[in-house]
Design a protein around this ligand. Structure first.
Ligand SMILES: Cc1cc2nc3c(=O)[nH]c(=O)nc-3n(C[C@H](O)[C@H](O)[C@H](O)COP(=O)(O)OP(=O)(O)OC[C@H]3O[C@@H](n4cnc5c(N)ncnc54)[C@H](O)[C@@H]3O)c2cc1C
Length: 296
């Protein structure tokens, strides 16, 4: 049977692609990653095999494939130990955001390295006084010649201490109502004026951070194009709604839980593909949030 109407793939194409994924994982993905270098090596190999950033255009280092391919890849990957867990924000949040909203120059410069794991990215929305209500954020960015100057504090920044770059939201127009006048920037996490302090967890771990920006300078063109018009509430709600709408199998695959392959299912499984639309990268990446609580 051909299923091109909903997935863009014939059954034969889907089966061939699934086999390619299985072959790759059998070769590279049977052992859990011991450290970040292992994860980077896995991602570099994935990118080399055309199995990273699947729905992203090839010119930006992606696979140039479809969300149907992405879904198959995740299903297969979910049957192996998680090989790239620390890239969950980098690939789950930042990659889809950059791919959807970045300028051509930003994508050209940053996407391939993000996809291949050469660089890791973090996301800086939350602040001490702006958690659930992100629109209360106080971090501000002011243009000074060819650079933006950032001042403020973020909190709960997952893996900031291992990240090379971050997406940070800041107020660029303080005269607007609080949910407007907000912009998003690419921040060099190792740049001057960026201080990362670990948050020590009660279990001894330390995955999250406070990030202090003191006159941190960002090149003018590292501004994401929705200048002053980033709707942080919509981002959050959109992600949440999409996640609720997602088929259970895709959520399982994204979270690394074992899923039955379609040929092993006992029947009655609904078609997932009605939820997958090419180019809708929020679906491709936005489901990877590791945080279980919806308010996060
Ligand atoms: C594991 C983990 C990783 C995270 N990683 C990141 C990250 O990488 N980047 C990032 O930017 N943020 C991150 N966060 C932060 C997260 O996304 C939320 O912004 C943050 O946890 C919520 O803010 P808060 O802790 O200040 O709580 P608050 O927003 O102050 O909420 C406190 C309590 O009040 C409740 N509450 C809030 N508003 C209302 C309301 N209007 N009505 C009723 N109840 C309400 C909440 O449900 C909660 O129980 C992370 C959080 C966790 C737990």
């Amino acid at each position: 049977m051909t299923d091109t109407a909903t997935t863009g793939l014939t059954d034969t194409e889907a089966a061939e692609f699934r086999q390619k994924c299985v072959d790759f994982m059998d070769q590279y993905g049977t052992k859990p990653a011991a450290n970040l270098d292992d994860q980077k090596a896995f991602l570099a190999a994935s990118a080399g095999a055309g199995l990273a950033g699947l729905p992203v255009a090839a010119e930006y280092g992606g696979g140039g494939l479809t969300l149907a391919h992405e879904k198959i890849w995740r299903e297969v990957k979910g049957n192996y130990p998680m090989p790239d867990g620390e890239f969950i924000i980098s690939h789950g949040m930042c990659l889809p955001m950059l791919a959807e909203y970045g300028t051509h120059e930003q994508k050209e410069r940053f996407l391939a390295d993000n996809i291949s794991g050469k660089t890791m990215w973090c996301q800086m929305f939350s602040e001490p006084g702006a958690g659930s209500d992100v629109a209360s954020l106080q971090t501000k960015a002011e243009l000074d010649g060819d650079e933006w100057v950032l001042n403020g504090q973020k909190v709960w920044t997952t893996l900031a201490h291992k990240s090379d770059y971050g997406l940070v939201v800041a107020r660029t127009d303080p005269d607007q109502v609080k949910h407007a006048g907000i912009s998003m920037f690419i921040l060099d996490m190792r740049g001057q004026g960026v201080e990362i302090r670990p948050i020590h967890q009660i279990d001894g771990g330390s995955h999250f951070n406070e990030v202090f920006m003191t006159d941190a300078r960002i090149p003018k063109d590292w501004l994401e194009p929705r200048h002053g018009d980033v709707d942080v509430r919509a981002c959050r709600h959109r992600w949440r709604r999409r996640r609720q709408d997602q088929p259970a199998e895709l959520q399982d695959a994204a979270q690394g839980r074992r899923v039955d392959r379609p040929d092993q299912q006992s029947g009655g499984a609904r078609s997932d593909d009605e939820d997958l639309v090419d180019g809708d990268l929020q679906v491709a990446g936005g489901d990877e949030d590791p945080r279980r609580d919806e308010g996060r």
